[in-house]
Write a protein that binds this ligand. Structure first.
Ligand code: RUQ
Ligand code: CUA
Length: 637
């Protein structure tokens, strides 16, 4: 949705833009008027070019008598929540402390990362299969009983249609799976009663199979809704559909998964995608699909058991009509409603999950499951919840967060004269995703709301043509929403989840029982060495394995010798058994650098210099007063 041209056009001239007297009402009137004229058409998107809004304190004031929450985390104190942020086209995940909004860690996933050596180490190369770029949008944690169970984090790669998993104990990526028959894997969501399956949407339709057939006949293209086992990370089944599946959500019972779906026209250009008045929320009947898979009623699609559900509604897929191009789908914490945010329509569509069984049975029309359609503003994208019956929708074009009440919206839809809109607060600017503390669980607690703004414009010191995104923190405990913090962030977190800190348990020293160590132990056994003690060079022809230990402030070997052009594999075990005592291993002139945490083993393979000489290896993580002395020589002779 980001339009760089618009961004240029709206960069504030220089000063004056923080002045209170800047008139924002003119711009709002303009937008609202224009929106009314063009209705839900794509032209609305061009309106992202807006005048700068009010300054730092343009957020609505606190309700009288309630000061709101304290966001200041004093030195030595810790945050109440872990925020898991996707890193967008950086290909990573970030851990942010909430409410301080301090960045606590970056977890490399689909990217190459110099400090840790992710993308260079043998283990990460095995997972990445030579690809070093990714596009993460959606992070979700594994669930048990409707809330986070502290086992895993899952994240999508839109670029190469992959799903990755991070183990929470170590916050390290441990599996990456390719999703066949899919491009543009976008929305993902784990089952919430128990993960279980992780459902993955393909946003781009392709010929099925994509082997050169049907390339010039887009009417034959299809998208896929894929189920992956969150434990084994195996692809279990796929359902073929005709639409572009965007965001994903699951219910709390294990019955359904949901996908917003645009481009019901089946177009391949923007113009072609804008013809119809309606698009859909697709409802996937997981039990019916599983029964068909178990009964062998599937086709084989590149080795995947698939159901072709294109065309009409069936026992597998129901299409609930909603206004054109819905984007976010979010399920309320009470498990009752799916809320599809309108994007091109100024409304949210509220679908009552309890009515879906009747719609699948043909007793009511799919559209009868829509029980409310409140007007929330221009360009609604995503919705968060406070667990008290209120919804908070990010409004892209208006640059606001809208707080609204679900029950009131339903009553209004039935004809009652009530206004479901409770508050709007300006955010800066063009908010994409939003989420709230524990909002994606049954334990949504209504404390902190985050607006992930796509543009920051005038909010930070300028740093050249590429400006930061702006993650804004909002206190949601008062009647009025209040923006309390601006957080500059590197491109481009799409989504986040905010998790109560007591649900996250990590280890500080590697657990040698971890599966990852079996690989190194196998090699060591074959070479007759013990990883924890060995400092030894094992040569097989041109292949040289160097087993080494590290213990502050020394490597187990002061030098080792190889021959020009050898394939050298360093297998390094950090025998330090102390929290926060990590070492690094870098080799001069060889593009080699990796991290080895306490009690960890990592390995990296490279080609030794073709010419003879001395090449120092050294520790890259400050580990000891004698850290700079922690080094040795690779002698190539
Ligand atoms: S989707 S706003 Cu991946 Cu909304 Cu980005
Ligand atoms: Cu070991 Cu620095």
């Amino acid at each position: 949705m980001k339009d760089r041209n618009d961004k240029d056009a709206t960069t504030p001239k220089t000063k004056g833009h923080r002045d209170k007297e800047v008139d924002v009402s003119g711009r709002r009137n303009f937008l609202v008027g224009a929106g009314a004229v063009i209705g839900g058409s794509a032209v609305a998107l061009k309106l992202t070019g807006c005048a700068p809004q009010g300054g730092a304190d343009s957020g609505a004031g606190a309700a009288a008598g309630h000061e709101g929450q304290n966001i200041h985390i004093a030195p030595g104190q810790m945050d109440d929540y872990y925020g898991f942020w996707s890193g967008g086209h950086s290909g990573e995940i970030r851990i942010i402390g909430v409410p301080s909004m301090r960045e606590l860690k970056r977890i490399p996933v689909f990217n190459r990362e110099s400090a840790s050596g992710w993308g260079s180490t043998d283990f990460s190369k095995k997972l990445l299969k030579g690809r070093l770029a990714g596009d993460t949008h959606h992070v979700h944690l594994s669930y048990t009983g409707g809330t986070y169970d502290g086992r895993y984090v899952y994240v999508n790669d839109k670029m190469s249609a992959r799903l990755a998993r991070v183990r929470i104990a170590t916050m390290e990526t441990d599996k990456i799976v390719d999703i066949p028959n899919a491009q543009g894997t976008h929305g993902i969501f784990p089952q919430r009663h128990k993960t279980g399956l992780v459902l993955c949407n393909s946003e781009f339709r392709i010929p099925q199979p994509n082997d050169g057939r049907d390339m010039h006949d887009p009417s034959k293209y299809a998208g896929t809704h894929t189920a992956i086992d969150g434990e084994t990370m195996e692809v279990k089944w796929q359902v073929l559909v005709e639409g572009n599946l965007d965001l994903c959500a699951t219910d709390y019972e294990g019955n359904y998964s949901f996908a917003s779906c645009y481009n019901s026209e089946g177009g391949v250009t923007l113009e072609e995608m804008m013809g119809a008045d309606l698009d859909h929320v697709y409802v996937f009947n997981l039990k019916a699909i599983q029964a068909a898979v178990d009964a062998g009623k599937t086709i084989d699609l590149n080795g995947v058991k698939a159901i072709d559900a294109r065309g009409a509604d069936s026992e597998y897929v129901l299409r609930v009509p909603v206004p054109k191009s819905p984007h976010g789908v979010n399920v309320s914490p009470d498990g009752k409603y799916v809320i599809a945010s309108g994007k091109l329509s100024p409304t949210c569509s509220v679908i009552e999950i309890g009515k879906l069984a009747d719609a699948f049975a043909g007793k009511i029309k799919p559209r009868d499951c829509v029980v409310a359609e409140p007007e929330v503003g221009l360009g609604p994208l995503h919705t968060a919840f406070d667990g008290k019956g209120n919804a908070y929708t990010s409004i892209f074009i208006d640059s606001v967060m809208t707080k609204w009440n679900i029950d009131k919206a339903i009553r209004q839809f039935k004809g009652e004269d009530v206004n479901p809109i409770l508050d709007k607060v300006d955010v800066h600017y063009q908010v994409g995703h939003t989420n709230a503390s524990m909002s994606e669980t049954k334990d949504a607690d209504g404390k902190w709301l985050v607006a992930l703004c796509k543009f920051s414009k005038d909010r930070f010191l300028p740093v050249g043509p590429l400006q930061h995104e702006n993650d804004q923190l909002i206190d949601m405990t008062m009647d009025k929403l209040k923006v309390v913090h601006d957080g500059a962030t590197y491109p481009e977190p799409h989504d986040c989840v905010i998790v109560a800190r007591d649900l996250i348990k990590t280890i500080q020293v590697q657990d040698r029982k971890d599966d990852r160590f079996r690989m190194y132990e196998k090699w060591a056994k074959a070479d007759g060495v013990d990883l924890m003690t060995a400092n030894k060079v094992v040569r097989k022809g041109k292949k040289v394995r160097v087993y080494m230990t590290s213990q502050a402030p020394k490597f187990g070997m002061n030098e080792f010798t190889v021959r020009p052009g050898d394939e050298v594999q360093i297998i390094l075990t950090n025998i330090d058994n102390v929290a926060d005592l990590s070492h690094g291993f870098a080799v001069c002139q060889h593009d080699v650098n990796m991290l080895i945490n306490p009690q960890d083993t990592q390995s990296i393979t490279f080609t030794a210099s073709k010419t003879r000489g001395v090449f120092w290896y050294y520790c890259t993580w400050f580990c000891h007063a004698l850290h700079l002395e922690m080094r040795g020589r690779m002698i190539v002779e």
